[in-house]
Ligand binder design. Structure first.
Ligand SMILES: Nc1nc2c(ncn2[C@@H]2O[C@H](COP(=O)(O)OP(=O)(O)OP(=O)(O)O)[C@@H](O)[C@H]2O)c(=O)[nH]1
Ligand SMILES: [Mg+2]
Length: 507
C-alpha cells in the first residue's frame, strides 16, 4: 500500500488536504472552476443543540460510528479498527457539467459535497466543466477527462463522484480512463439512505431502491475495477455506492434479484395495513394531522422538537431522519392534532427512492395541513421550494393547505428577509433555535386545521348502507330519520369528510 501514508494524514486531518489542494492550484486549466476548499458550505452552523438530543443521543453516536466502519468483522479480520477506517474512508473528487448558470451548478456541487461527507467521505476537490451537454460517452469532454485523471492522481483520490445520474456506459468509460472508482449522485444518496435506515420498513424500502438502481448496472460493475490491479481502491473495493445490497448480493443473478425485489415489494405492502389502521384510528377520534415536509437539513426535526419536546434526532447531516416520527400537539385554544416529521427532500431525489418511499410520502398526502419548512439561510431557497413542491405534487398532495415556514431566522438579516418575502409573501419566519415565530406558527396551524363546520342534510337510499356507515364512522351524526325513499341524515363534518361522503353518495 504505497498510498497508506498520505491516506492516513488526510483521514485524520482533512485540513491538510485543503492545503495540498491549494498548493496544486497551478495544475488546473482555466475552464475548470474549482472550489474544493469551500466544500460543505451549504451546511451552515455545525452546532447541534445538545438540549434537543436527550434520548436520541445514543442513536446519534451509533450512527457516527457505523458510518466509517461498516462490516468490520466479516471483511477484514486482521486489521485494527483504526487501520480499517483509514483504509475505508474515501477521498473523493466531485465533478459536474453546466451550461449556463454557474452559481446553480456550484450550489449543486456544494450540496453534493455535503452529501458525500454525510456518507463518510472526505472531499478533496470539486471540478465543474462548462459544456452545452454532458458528453454522451464520458460525461466530461475528452480533454477534460485526461485532466481529471491527472488531478485524481495528483491528489491521491480513490473515487470520483459525478453530480448527475450517469448512464451505466458513461460510468464504465469514465472509470476506464480515470482509473479509480466512479459513482454518481444517485449512488451517494442511496448510500446515505442505506446507512440511516433503521426501521424494518425503511430498510426494505432502501434495499428495493438500491436493487432497482443496480439492476441495469450489473454488468461491468465489478469488472472494470478488477482490471485495475494495484489501483487505489481499498482492498475491499467497496464503499460509497456499493454498500448495502451492492457488495455480496451483487453476485446474485438477475433473476434472483428480481425475486428479491418482488419479496421486498410484498413486505412493504404488508406494512400498509398497520399504517392505515393508525390513520383510521386518528380519523375516528377526529384528530387532524399536520405533516412537516421540506428540504433535507431545513430543520424539520428541530421544529418538531420545538413544538412538542419530542427529542427527535437533529443533526447537521443530510437525511438524518428516515423514519417518520408522529407526536401529539395542540392548538393555543386546546384542539389536539398530530404532527409528523418526514423524510427530507433533495434536488434530483432518485426516482427509485421516491417510488420505494411512496407509502411513507403518501402519509404527507393524507394529512390535513402541510407545514413546508425552508432553510431561510440556504443560498437558493427558491430551488428548495420548487423541489419539495414537485415531490408533494407527485404524491398527489398539491391541493392540501400549505404553510410555508422560513426556518433559521436567527441567521437571516433584514435584506434577506425582503428577498424571501418576495418569494413567498405569506410565509412565516421562525427559528427552531431561538423560538422566534413559533407562537405565530402555532396560531397559523390552528387556523388551517379543518373545522367541523360543514352541515350536511342527506337522503340516503336504503340500498346504500355503506354511506350510512361511512357517515357514522367519519362524521358527527346529529339526526337520523327513516323516510319513504331512504334514511335522512343530518350531520356535521369537516370539509374533507363532507366531500368524501358526498362523493360516496354520488352527489
Ligand atoms: N441556526 C439555526 N440552526 C438550526 C435551526 N433549526 C435547525 N438548525 C440546525 O440545522 C441542522 C438540521 O436540523 P434538523 O432538524 O436535523 O433538519 P431536518 O430538516 O430534520 O433534516 P433531515 O432529517 O436530515 O432531512 C441542525 O444542525 C440544526 O441544529 C435554526 O432555527 N437556527
Ligand atoms: Mg430530520
Amino acid at each position: 500500500m504505497t498510498e497508506s501514508q498520505t491516506t492516513d494524514s488526510r483521514a485524520t486531518e482533512p485540513d491538510r488536504a485543503i492545503g495540498r489542494i491549494l498548493a496544486a492550484e497551478e495544475a488546473r486549466a482555466a475552464t475548470v472552476s474549482r472550489f474544493g476548499d469551500r466544500r460543505a458550505e451549504a451546511l451552515h452552523d455545525d452546532e447541534t443543540s445538545t438540549a434537543d438530543l436527550d434520548g436520541e443521543q445514543l442513536d446519534r453516536e451509533e450512527r457516527a460510528a457505523l458510518r466509517r466502519v461498516p462490516g468490520l468483522s466479516t471483511e477484514l479480520d486482521d486489521v485494527t479498527e483504526v487501520e480499517y477506517r483509514q483504509l475505508r474512508l474515501e477521498n473523493v473528487v466531485l465533478i459536474g457539467v453546466y451550461n449556463r448558470d454557474a452559481d446553480e451548478a456550484e450550489n449543486s456541487l456544494r450540496e453534493l459535497a455535503a452529501l458525500a461527507e454525510t456518507a463518510g467521505a472526505v472531499v478533496l476537490d470539486g471540478l465543474l466543466q462548462r459544456r452545452p451537454h454532458p458528453d454522451p460517452s464520458t460525461y466530461f469532454g475528452r480533454g477534460k477527462v485526461q485532466e481529471l485523471a491527472d488531478i485524481v492522481t495528483a491528489l491521491g483520490a480513490d473515487t470520483v463522484i459525478a453530480d448527475t445520474e450517469l448512464a451505466p456506459s458513461q460510468r464504465r468509460a469514465l472509470e476506464d480512463q480515470v482509473k479509480v472508482k466512479v459513482i454518481d449522485r444517485t449512488a451517494v444518496i442511496l448510500d446515505i439512505f442505506s446507512q440511516h435506515a433503521k426501521s424494518r420498513e425503511g430498510k426494505a424500502q432502501v434495499e428495493l431502491a438500491q436493487l432497482e438502481y443496480l439492476l441495469p448496472r450489473l454488468r461491468g460493475w465489478g469488472e472494470s475495477m478488477s482490471r485495475q490491479a494495484g489501483g487505489q481502491v481499498g482492498s475491499g473495493g467497496a464503499g460509497m455506492g456499493s454498500r448495502g445490497p451492492g457488495e455480496t448480493k451483487i453476485e446474485l443473478d438477475r433473476r434472483r434479484i428480481h425475486d428479491r425485489m418482488a419479496k421486498l415489494r410484498r413486505q412493504i405492502k404488508g406494512f400498509a395495513p398497520a399504517r392505515e389502521a393508525k390513520r383510521a384510528n386518528r380519523d375516528r377520534f377526529e384528530v387532524p394531522s399536520v405533516a412537516i415536509a421540506g428540504y433535507t437539513n431545513a430543520g424539520k426535526s428541530s421544529l418538531l422538537n420545538r413544538l412538542t419536546q419530542a427529542g427527535v434526532l437533529v443533526q447537521n447531516q443530510l437525511f438524518a431522519t428516515l423514519d417518520p416520527t408522529v407526536r401529539r400537539s395542540s392548538t393555543p385554544d386546546g384542539r389536539e392534532f398530530t404532527l409528523a416529521d418526514t423524510v427530507g427532500f433533495v434536488r434530483s431525489l432518485p426516482t427509485q427512492l421516491v417510488e420505494a418511499f411512496r407509502s411513507t410520502l403518501e402519509e404527507v398526502g393524507s394529512s390535513d395541513v402541510i407545514v413546508h419548512v425552508v432553510d431561510g439561510a440556504h443560498p437558493d431557497p427558491g430551488a428548495q421550494l420548487a423541489t419539495v413542491r414537485d415531490v408533494i405534487g407527485e404524491v398527489g398532495a398539491r391541493d392540501l393547505p400549505e404553510i410555508v415556514v422560513f426556518n433559521k431566522a436567527d441567521l437571516v438579516d433584514d435584506d434577506r428577509r425582503l428577498v424571501l418575502r418576495g418569494l413567498e409573501p405569506d410565509a412565516i419566519f421562525v427559528s427552531a433555535r431561538t423560538g422566534e415565530g413559533i407562537d405565530e406558527l402555532r396560531e397559523r396551524i390552528a387556523e388551517r386545521l379543518p373545522q367541523w363546520d360543514v352541515e350536511l342534510d342527506l337522503l340516503v337510499p336504503y340500498d346504500r348502507g355503506d354511506v350510512v356507515a361511512l357517515a357514522h364512522q367519519k362524521a358527527r351524526v346529529l339526526e337520523t330519520e327513516y323516510e319513504e325513499d331512504g334514511t335522512r341524515i343530518k350531520l356535521l363534518a369537516t370539509d374533507r369528510i363532507a366531500r368524501m361522503i358526498r362523493s360516496a353518495l354520488g352527489s
